[in-house]
Design a protein around this ligand. Sequence first.
Ligand code: SAH
Length: 330
Amino acid sequence: MGRANVAYYASRDPFADFVTAPEISQIFGELIGAWCAVVMQALGGDVRLVEVGPGRGTLMVDMLRVLRRFVASSSSAAFTVHLVETSPRLRAAQKQALDGMGFSVSWHDHVEEVPPGPMLLVANEFLDALPIRQFVRTEAGWAERFVRDGQWLLLPCDDVPPEVAERHVAPEDVVEISPASIEFVRAITKRFCKTPGVALFIDYGTATSCVGESLQALRDARPVSALVEPGTADLTAHVDFASMARAATQAGACCYGPVEQGALLRSLGAVQRAKALCAAAPAQTGVIHAGLDRLIGPDRMGRLFKALAVTSADIGPLPGFPEKIWGEQE
Ligand code: SAH
């Protein structure tokens, strides 16, 4: 599934197949930008502002519009912009979106390439695009599901990863893990153990580790089989936020959340921001409210989408997150 998605993002316009929060309404990026302005103060200046999987660059553009005002009003607010993106096609779209904003932007293939120093990382709908492994509990023991020649293939598996082996599940149950997501979280935690850092992950998924498969394929905004020709549909899976938080805390970071996207955006002032936008452009009132509802409505993205913050040990409470740190609750 990993290679299929690399091919997909490199060759297709993903936004023909699905719509993400920053593409729905500018409110999303503006509020995340305001959140970043507060967090940057806690990081103490000279920050590498990093976005991983920046898509068309819309989120960063909206964030920078807010952050620009913050830079103008505070001498300790210097930061550089770093985008981690594998798709050449999307890199070109990001460059075009950010050109003329007056920030120097650099691109990287891997987050490890971002130069040393304090880091503030934002990743919206990035983890869901990383590959997963699916294990099935059969009468005979664990098996792993593969795709071969366009067909599902179930092969017995003797060396199941410990996080799968320890799960108590019923026969035929499926357990999904995303080693690539865990690896990513570990890599940034390693960095945060040396230099201050905060990472904000927003994605759709579950607050606890669940049983069942969540792999889905979308093409032209419609569900299709995950077995369609590799690279022609967007493949995503629910993010297991509990396993991300576990990986981060075990490696020495602190975690806040996950909080639901609706709750986070409300507490950052989504409703007030929508009001201000409507007052400035009354003809757009319907569109603005429809966008807001899609972002925060409990039956829309508001509850399914969640935010998890991973931080170095020395960072205080974060706006929009309860003070409780994941790991300390156990
Ligand atoms: N954050 C954007 C786009 C989400 S789509 C938005 O909210 O609109 C997923 C993004 O992650 C795309 O930009 C895709 O090219 C990128 N991506 C997928 N796998 C990646 C990887 N392994 N490393 C870096 N970027 C990746």
